[in-house]
Design a protein around this ligand. Structure first.
Ligand SMILES: Cc1cc2nc3c(=O)[nH]c(=O)nc-3n(C[C@H](O)[C@H](O)[C@H](O)COP(=O)(O)O)c2cc1C
Length: 173
């Protein structure tokens, strides 16, 4: 996650390799619903500024936290790249959940590729994410379903906590 990312940039070809892996996700009726807006360089600050602006505008006074706003503003700039995850609906062809599932599979492909290349990733879904559409320039049939924060890190990340897979699987013979 951004607080543990170091300053090392991700070169463009590496990012393209990661993004290309998304394109192999499964897709019902070949709708290929995944779209991405990639923030690198100076645009990371612009994204942080927009997140802070949206937070300030849409958070009721009694819930507003200056610390949270600063955190939202700084998170993109602490990352080497942020990819806005966008899902495109095709309501005449498929239920939306299938497009979300397909886009999530595309993200998992990127996540695995990034991990294999030594890059940390983190999918974040702040409540105000749906307000990002104008900033991202999305048409009506597209929706942002997350921000994918990426960066290199010098720290050993804690092992993922998971229940044993056997608790989730029924075998029938
Ligand atoms: C759809 C989706 C949305 C997520 N949204 C958030 C979020 O808003 N905030 C957060 O802290 N983690 C969120 N996560 C979890 C992180 O991306 C990440 O998987 C987790 O913190 C790392 O734990 P792990 O190493 O055990 O996977 C989300 C994950 C998914 C799949």
């Amino acid at each position: 996650m951004p607080p543990v990312y170091n300053d090392k940039k991700i070169d463009r070809r590496t990012l393209e390799t990661i993004i290309d892996s998304a394109n192999y996700a499964p897709t019902h009726k070949l709708t290929q619903p995944w779209h991405f807006v990639v923030f690198i360089g100076d645009s990371l600050k612009e994204l942080g500024g927009e997140m802070a602006k949206l937070y300030k505008h849409h958070t009721p006074a009694e819930k507003f936290s200056e610390r949270k706003m600063t955190d939202m503003e700084q998170k993109p700039a602490k990352s080497a790249a942020v990819i806005a995850i966008i899902m495109e609906s095709h309501p005449n062809l498929l239920p939306e959940w299938e497009e979300i599932a397909s886009t999530a599979a595309a993200v998992e492909n990127m996540w695995l590729m990034a991990t294999a290349l030594g890059i940390g990733s983190y999918w974040s879904t702040p409540g105000l994410i749906h307000h990002l559409s104008p900033f991202l320039g999305l048409p009506d049939n597209q929706r942002c379903i997350g921000l994918f924060y990426m960066g290199y890190t010098d720290v050993d990340l804690p092992a993922s906590k998971r229940e044993d897979i056997s608790t989730k699987v029924q075998w029938r013979e």
